[in-house]
Design a protein around this ligand. Structure first.
Ligand code: HAM
Length: 415
């Protein structure tokens, strides 16, 4: 037997309705906030992620699915959605169109991580990106969209916000970080020694216990923001407060990707174990320029769909699966043939109908109808065939009535 690759999962027909529901709600919320869908390729040139996500991040240094294609090009399966959307924005000249450009996506993403509950090698994201608007009200809007989606799905999370400043104030902050970490260098993990040299902000993102202890005493970025970044953060807080969106400030949130500037945020749950961050995002005002597209600001987030579903399941079965309206039982071959044609006609009229495919006994057909949860069973025997009607049983009440072939469509339309 060939198994599914480690860190990946099938979504089985018995579960796919949950995905469809969550994706449906996400699309609906995106529409209410006036976002349009964008679809970009599953793989991109590796260089996009080196430049976009950042070559000192764990994602780029350890986790990418990178390979040479037959034309000797270095290709990477996308580890996240933002870089591809930003590439498309630049390549398609969207800066010349209506701004802000507001887009959403539902994608598979790939990271070679150690699998555990809520952490997969292939996972799925619902994400949004806004390009062209630099104000904190846009940060508030994307946070509001994530918040409304999570509320609509009934999941309990906390919103944490932070500002990691702009390249100007970050320079001074990086110096302060280096000064703080210098006496602790020997006690830092191997990766953090590199982070210290190349990207000190990343030091705050380390998951090693020893490093986390040292991090606790590090200076706060919020004490190092320049006046513009400070004003931006104050405005964001005011907008969130006015809109009634609860948040907590957490100055240790730096996010695992290098493109962020100013606002960063995460929605975190404590109900699903260590991988509790359901949604992460922030502002990335330098990304489009980094990709050769000029000075266009951006902000967005992504929600992990698997983690979202874990949270929804924790709440009990809140997503209800829809069931077929009617199942046709045919007593003999002639009846089965007629049942097939009646079923086909109903389907053409938009009625969700099913018919036996296994030449089962009548009893077994009823059993199957029950199994698939059909709301009605329409029985067709010799008598009914002669009279041109079916005997329709409502499964919930057991009530039975005869319905003429010609009246079936009208009978089932609103059921
Ligand atoms: P991220 O924090 O790397 O951000 O991922 C966003 C979400 O994807 C996480 O909060 C989590 O729910 C889910 N996720 C990430 N890795 C895994 C994994 N290995 N297994 C299962 N779920 C996972 C980004 O990807 C940014 N592109 C978000 C963004 C959009 N920022 C601005 N715009």
């Amino acid at each position: 037997m060939i198994n599914v690759p480690k860190g990946t999962k099938d979504v089985l027909p018995s579960d796919s309705y949950k995905w469809q529901y969550v994706e449906g709600v996400a699309r609906e919320q995106a529409k209410l906030y006036n976002f349009k869908e964008i679809r970009t390729p599953v793989f991109e040139h590796t260089e996009l992620f080196l430049r976009g996500v950042g070559d000192t991040t764990d994602i780029v240094t350890k986790e990418m699915y990178t390979f040479k294609d037959k034309g000797d090009r270095s290709i990477t399966l996308k580890p996240e959605g933002t870089a591809g959307v930003a590439r498309s924005f630049v390549e398609n000249g969207m800066a010349g169109g209506a701004l802000p450009a507001k887009m959403y996506y539902i994608i598979p993403a790939f990271r070679y991580e150690r699998p555990q509950a809520g952490r997969l090698r292939e996972f799925h994201q619902f994400g949004v990106e806004v390009f062209g608007a630099s104000g904190a009200e846009t940060d508030a809007e994307v946070i509001s969209l994530a918040d409304s989606l999570l509320k609509k799905l009934g999941v309990q999370v906390r919103l944490y916000i932070n500002s990691i400043g702009c390249p100007t104030c970050r320079k001074a902050y990086n110096e302060a970080l280096k000064a703080y970490f210098a006496p602790h260098l020997d006690n830092l993990c191997y990766d953090c020694k590199t982070r210290y040299e190349k990207n000190p902000l990343r030091l705050l993102d380390c998951k090693e216990e020893e490093c986390k202890k040292i991090n606790a005493g590090a200076p706060s970025i919020l004490d190092h923001l320049c006046p513009d970044c400070k004003a931006h953060f104050e405005k964001l807080k005011a907008y969130l407060k006015e809109a009634g969106i609860d948040y907590e400030i957490n100055d240790r949130i730096v996010r695992g990707l290098d493109y962020y500037t100013r606002t960063v945020f995460e929605f975190v749950s404590t109900a699903i174990g260590a991988q509790g961050t359901v949604c992460g995002g922030g502002r990335y005002d330098g990304l489009i320029a980094q990709l050769g597209g000029g000075n266009v600001p951006g902000v967005g987030f992504a929600v992990g769909i698997e983690r979202l579903l874990m949270l929804i399941e924790k709440n009990g079965d809140t997503i209800v699966e829809e069931k077929p309206t009617v199942y046709f039982v045919g007593m003999d071959e002639d009846c089965r043939k007629k049942a097939f044609s009646l079923c086909t006609a109903l389907r053409a009229q938009g009625v969700w109908a099913e018919v036996d495919h296994m030449t089962r006994s009548v009893k077994a057909q009823f059993k199957y109808a029950d199994k698939i949860g059909a709301k009605y069973v329409a029985v067709l025997g010799g008598n009914e065939l002669e009279k041109g009607e079916v005997s329709v049983k409502a499964m919930a009440t057991g009530e039975t009535q005869s319905v003429a072939f010609a009246a079936l469509n009208a009978f089932f339309q609103d059921k």
